[in-house]
Design a protein around this ligand. Sequence first.
Ligand code: MN
Length: 241
Amino acid sequence: MILLISDLHLEEERPDITRAFLRFLQERAVRADALYILGDFFEVWIGDDGMTPFQHQIAAALRQLSETGTHVFLMHGNRDFLIGRAFCREAGCTLLKDPSVVALEGERVLLMHGDSLCTADEAYMRMRRILRNPLVLFILRHLPLGKRRQLARKLRNESRAQTRMKAAEITDVTPAEVERVMREHRVHTLIHGHTHRPDVHSLSVNGQSLQRIVLGDWDKQGWALQIDDHGLVQTPFPLEA
Ligand code: MN
């Protein structure tokens, strides 16, 4: 059995989400062969050298899970793309490239965070190209922690203000880009998060039926996609037991 989650946006200000996640690890993930976290696991990440006690606590919980035999895979989101090797070593997880094709219960599936699919948001795509440039990443990683904290706050406030103003079509995926990446990777199934619009979309491209599964964000409730012998099902669950 395999579990996929994304967009928990873990932060100290949301102890309800943290509790729900720790319970999710103990009650569900411990029975899974693998847990995939497809980005925006943390609300903010300024670098492995700036980890807070809260973030160390989450790393320890993931390590405990991986030590009981569940493989943990982590993909960057747009909020936590500075997560690096040190965190992954501490948490016992494997960093996955965005995009990645993996075999889940025998089927090749394309996994992405999803922000790169929202190509209609040109301002965001420009910003993304800058922030993922290796040279910029190098400079970012070497800025003093205080400076990085300041920068993270600024980016977060700007992104909040802009998301409120942008039309819903702009902050959702571009259908043509979805078809393009699925064709490029020759898959029938794409799983991603980011848009906070949990759903299963069936599409037909050149007579082939494809599916795009959008993972839900953890806010008013939690979400997890489960893949097992019975197929594939995503269900929400309450944050508090
Ligand atoms: Mn995101």
